[in-house]
Ligand binder design. Structure first.
Ligand code: NAD
Ligand code: USQ
Length: 391
């Protein structure tokens, strides 16, 4: 299958590109390096020493992985380059990772809010409009987020995208329907993912664009079998207060003896998935596409849920790290339950990597090995979106 990967230089996109290439697909990356530019803006960098994309692609060729194409442009701006690429390559599928993905970054200032909305909404809309204008039947697989649902479920398992509802009509009879699960985003970033959902629903209804939307939890871990094949292929590992996600931050903090930064009481429950499962899930979604005319397919791409305080205790048990309950910089519920239906990817054959399997090796193989590259000043979360901190 010929696959274009939008955002293929990023944390999820790079290992996905290698994995799809390794299993025999013809892969082409599109990226504008906005994530690398954000590192320059934030004066932060990946804990792991990532190579320039050209070096990565040469290394992949040299280890026998094959040719991966690269096209540098901004999907949110360069519409005619995108359309031209679709007409040249005539791909079977496009995987869409090309969005600004950090909630704290999206809440830093009005500039960051506007950038995130412009970038994410226009990237998704340009993609859909270009597919329609190209006249091709291309399957879009999009990386969405569990955060579109919000994290409070009143004890109900979050279904995969759609909610069955029963409404009372004026004559007292009942009408049943399935609607998109009501959105409840917690940041400007998460809000853009709810806007994406509406764009997909419209283009699917109006133009029969085939879409799989993967509502992914927090990704942890760094390497996949392919990125481990040569140090030039190493994946990025973000630990700074804007882009670092919670479990990878805890692992790095444990490795350098920095008390684990639990926001508030740590009663927040979130969904998690290992990066090795991310790449497999994308493969499963691509190789099992929706039929023509099928509504947008939504899979909950997560494998475990955990309370943050329990995660911190687990990391502390494994490493002896101290736990520090810090003021929560975010406007979010202090505690929540989270139960999630994820049967559809399991039914397609996903065999999850569990936290218990992978945590310790992640601390030793990655976090400790590269701890000399850590800048401790970049660890605190300085993006505040509580009322007291609003700019
Ligand atoms: P990332 O920032 O590492 O990668 C995104 C890539 O897209 C970067 O290489 C960036 O340069 C590129 N990009 C962004 N805007 C672009 C544009 N307009 N044109 C061209 N390229 C552009 O992020 P990631 O962690 O790999 O996340 C990828 C996707 O997965 C995101 O959409 C994110 O919302 C979703 N996701 C990530 C996680 C996670 O924990 N990392 C969890 C759930 C969902
Ligand atoms: N948190 C801490 N300590 C830290 C960092 C974070 O307690 O040092 C807390 C946050 O307050 C929050 C939770 O951990 O309650 C998760 O924060 P996070 O930064 O790990 O994840 P989040 O902001 O939700 O975003 C990440 C990705 C995003 C993706 C999302 C999936 O950056 O792209 O969409 O996870 S989900 O969380 O399921 O919505």
């Amino acid at each position: 299958m010929r696959v274009i990967i939008l955002g293929g230089d990023g944390f999820c996109g790079w290992p996905t590109a290698l994995h799809l290439s390794a299993v025999g697909h013809d892969v082409h990356i599109v990226d504008n390096f906005s994530r690398r530019h954000a590192d320059i803006e934030l004066e932060a960098s990946s804990l792991t020493p990532i190579s320039p994309l050209g070096t990565r692609l040469t290394a992949w060729r040299e280890v026998g992985g094959g040719e991966i194409g690269f096209h540098r442009f901004d999907v949110a701006v360069d519409y005619y380059q995108l359309l031209g690429l679709l007409n040249d390559l005539r791909p079977d599928a496009i995987v869409h990772f090309a969005e600004q993905r950090a909630a704290p970054y999206s809440m830093k200032s009005s500039y960051h809010k506007r950038y995130t909305v412009n970038n994410n909404t226009n990237a998704t809309h340009n993609l859909l409009a270009a597919i329609v204008e190209s006249g091709q039947d291309i399957h879009v697989t999009h990386l969405g987020t569990m955060g579109v649902y919000g994290y409070g479920t009143a004890g109900v398992k979050i279904p995969e995208g759609y909610l069955r509802v029963r409404m009372e009509a004026e004559d007292g009879t009942h009408v049943e329907s399935e609607i998109l699960y009501p959105t409840n985003p917690g940041s400007v970033y998460h809000t853009t993912k709810t806007l994406d959902q509406l764009l997909f629903a419209f283009y699917n209804k109006n133009d029969e664009v085939r879409v799989t939307d993967l509502h992914q939890g927090i990704v942890w871990g760094t390497q996949t079998p392919e990125t481990s094949r040569d140090e030039r292929l190493i994946n990025r590992f973000d630990y700074d207060g804007d882009y670092g996600t919670v479990l990878n931050r805890f692992l790095m903090q444990a490795a350098i003896g920095y008390p684990l930064t639990v926001h508030g009481t740590g009663g927040q429950t979130r969904a998690f998935i290992h990066i090795r499962d991310t790449v497999r899930c994308v493969q499963l979604a691509l190789e099992n596409p929706p039929r023509g005319g099928e509504r947008v397919r939504i899979f909950n791409q997560m494998t475990e849920t955990h309370r943050l305080i329990d995660l911190a205790k687990l990391v502390s048990r494994l490493t002896g790290a101290e736990i520090n309950l810090v003021d929560n910089p975010r406007n979010e519920a202090a505690e929540n339950d989270l139960r999630v239906d994820n049967r559809r990817l399991l039914d397609l054959g996903l065999d999850p990597v569990t936290l218990e399997d992978g945590l310790l090796s992640e601390v030793t193989d990655i976090a400790q090995k590269y701890s000399y590259r850590c800048d401790r000043d970049k660890i605190p979360c300085r993006s505040l979106w509580t009322r007291r901190g609003r700019a």
